[in-house]
Design a protein around this ligand. Structure first.
Ligand code: IMP
Ligand code: MG
Length: 196
């Protein structure tokens, strides 16, 4: 069923982070990265599609030369989010061997995707490999992974907007918000393939 923009906004229970709050934090992250990676010409790597808005803003907040590339992954398997297999749907185009790599992630939740991706990136022998996540949900972590740069720590609920989706909706919203309970029930995802 097609929804108008107003109906989309009507699905949001409340805004957790405004556009301005996100921008201010992204500018701080960009400044820290520019300082730490000065002279290193790092490669920023993001996972499609959730990271597209964060990557676009972060890149513009970085003042040193960088390269940017994206990978795509799909998580298959049992509907429980603790299990499943991760598979690449789009590989890197840039050769990262010997390069300083900063992996950029929208949300680290269980850490399953991150663990898989970091292993795959390490196998290509970058000079260094660090992680920048906009949101960190440390309570739901299954693997002890720590990001080096975190936008907002301790997120404890499911959010949409600023690239993040529920059932491929809401990615275009300029803020990060929480969906109304009835929307989640209405759109309840069928078990099976889930794309990041
Ligand atoms: P993990 O493999 O469990 O760490 O899952 C991380 C991925 O799940 C993120 O890259 C997002 O695509 C998705 N995700 C986790 N939490 C949220 C959320 O609150 N809203 C939307 N997507 C989420
Ligand atoms: Mg998703």
């Amino acid at each position: 069923m097609e929804q108008t923009h107003n109906e989309i906004l009507d699905d949001i229970a409340y805004i957790l982070y405004t556009r301005e709050e996100i921008q201010a934090r992204v500018v701080e992250l960009g400044a820290a990265i520019s300082r730490d990676y000065a002279g290193l010409n790092p490669v920023l790597i993001g996972v499609l599609r959730g990271v597209f808005m964060f990557m676009a803003d972060l890149a513009r907040a970085i003042t040193i030369p960088v390269n940017i590339d994206f990978i795509g992954i799909t998580r298959y398997g049992p509907s429980t989010r603790t299990q499943g297999v991760v598979r690449f749907t789009k590989d890197l185009d840039i050769n990262i061997s010997g390069r300083h790599v900063l992996f950029v992630e929208d949300v680290i939740d269980t850490g399953l995707s991150l663990r898989y991706i970091l292993r795959a990136l390490k196998a290509r022998e970058p000079a260094s490999l660090k992680v920048c996540a906009l949101f960190n949900k440390s309570r739901s972590r299954l693997f002890s992974l720590q990001a080096d740069y975190i936008g907002f720590d301790g997120l404890d609920r499911f959010v949409v907007g600023y690239g993040l989706d529920y059932d491929e909706q809401y990615r275009h919203l300029p803020f990060v918000g929480v969906l109304k309970e009835e929307v989640i029930t209405r759109l309840r995802l069928p078990p099976g393939a889930q794309t990041e």
